[in-house]
Design a protein around this ligand. Structure first.
Ligand SMILES: [Zn+2]
Length: 150
């Protein structure tokens, strides 16, 4: 678990301000404590506890902090890892990637929302899952909100 007490940056890795600037004080009132911890302090929900881990409903997964569209059910797959897993984001600019050395020497790739910069999870590659990209976007359920297709 990588947790930091510092507020997340308001600019992306290239130094551009995020399109949506969040107020952590307001968000802390709106989100339940676990969601706030995961999204704004890069926390991790416990494996196999998230509401979307085995979710099969057709729809769009939005950022729980800013409501941007992030992932679709079409790219969701059952990895067995204990968190919702996708093989691709909805689009390349829906997310930003950062090098995460919090478990050094293990270096992971952190996934943040491309619109507001909130922490979502990590992406892993080359694990041998039978998916088109050979990637596992391992995303916390509490960072997402499923909007079922009507
Ligand atoms: Zn967001």
């Amino acid at each position: 678990m990588s947790e930091s007490v510092e507020p997340l940056p308001s600019v992306d890795p290239e130094g551009k301000p995020y399109r949506i600037q969040l107020d952590d004080g307001v968000l802390a009132q709106q989100l339940d404590p676990l969601a706030f911890q995961v999204l704004r302090h890069a926390g991790t929900e416990r494996a196999f506890t998230g509401e979307y881990t085995d979710e099969d409903t057709v729809g769009v997964y939005r950022c729980r902090a800013c409501d941007a569209e992030l992932f679709r059910s079409e790219e969701k797959f059952h990895s067995g890892c204990g968190w919702p897993s996708f093989y691709a984001p909805q689009s390349g600019d829906a997310v930003v990637l950062l090098e995460d050395r919090s478990l050094f020497p293990r270096v992971r790739t952190e996934v943040r929302c491309g619109s507001c910069g909130s922490h979502l999870g990590h992406v892993f590659e080359g694990e041998g899952y039978d998916v088109p990209t050979d990637q596992r976007w391992c995303i916390n359920s509490v960072a997402l909100r499923l909007e079922p297709k009507s």
